[in-house]
Design a protein around this ligand. Sequence first.
Ligand code: PMP
Ligand code: GLU
Length: 387
Amino acid sequence: MERAARVAKVTPSVTLAITAKAKAMRAEGLDVCSFSAGEPNFPTPKHVVVAAQKALDEGKTRYGPAAGEPELRRAIATKLRTYNNVECQPENVIVTNGGKHSLYGLFMATLNAGDEVIIPAPYWVSYPEMVILADGEPVIVQTTAASGYKITPEQLRDAITPRTKFLVLNSPSNPTGQVYSHEEIRAIAQVVEETGIYVVSDEIYEKIIYGEKPCLSIAAASAAMAARTFISNGFAKAYSMTGWRLGYLAGPAAVIRDMATLQSHSTSNVCTFAQYGAIAALNESQDCVETMRLAFAERREAVLARIGEIDGLSCGVPGGAFYVFPDISKLGLGSVEFCDRLLNEHHVAAIPGAAFGADGNVRFSYATDMDTIMKGLDRLEKFVKSL
Ligand code: PMP
Ligand code: GLU
């Protein structure tokens, strides 16, 4: 059968592919240290599991509204108003199959052929592919270690054309871990307001930060920005709920309605009883988030100290998320070969920077236990020394 042209234009997710390969090697009995998927190794907090179990017992096993359970949409809108200072009502919120599908749904609901989406590189692997699947044109803007891998207002202004629809902003960033300061967010917002483009703000790592100040959502930078920003977020990272497939998009109500129309013909509602777990995650104590954040903070210190001891690698200090993104460009091989050899010869799984538009780097997720981290980094050192 002839393939659809649309699928021939994209490649499978490298992050998921390497994670699957590492798991398969483990299943064969190999001792693999995996720094691949951005997936917290903690169990989902007990009270969240209990809330979903209760929903099951109560028979919340039926179809629900395509845009999500009204109680969850209300809880998300309240969270955005109180935690993020963003004016938001339930009609501004749609519940989606993970943060991933909130972004996909947004692009499908808003892009026409030739619409441009500015994506600062290094970027999360799925952004350009989703834009392409929705007939848009990704416009990649290369950032540098010198600017902390953040797009500058000047770079943004230069990249904007009459076809520009969105800037994708991801802070804290996957893969670099970098966080835009409040001043940097405000400077970007000024260019957005002046030029009349829109922002997709992927805030899925907002709770996993190591500095003093909470993140500023660009939607809260000014009254005008609330109408120009689509916030994507989800429960996977902050609440260790990766397999639950629960995310959301918040933004202008007309687009939310269009996304709900698409969902009504494609996925229907997100698993009904799972949504009750998400309600508990938002409405009950946030101590679990802090406990996990503290564990990530400890691992981050350990990873940075250990990588700092390895000659030939240089690594920025991430302000958030659970990734380090060392520069390997002095070692004389590309990131794909580096990761292939590291996995096949030393049984350490990491993601080549090429997947994120940065072939001179490799991504290590430290959302794994300390023993794996230490053992894996010893093996990394041995590999780097052998080059
Ligand atoms: N955005 C970013 C930047 C991510 O890293 C991820 C997952 N790693 C997602 C969105 C999607 O997460 P999920 O679909 O699991 O909610
Ligand atoms: N997004 C996570 C990562 O970057 C999980 C894999 C994926 O969704 O692509 O590792």
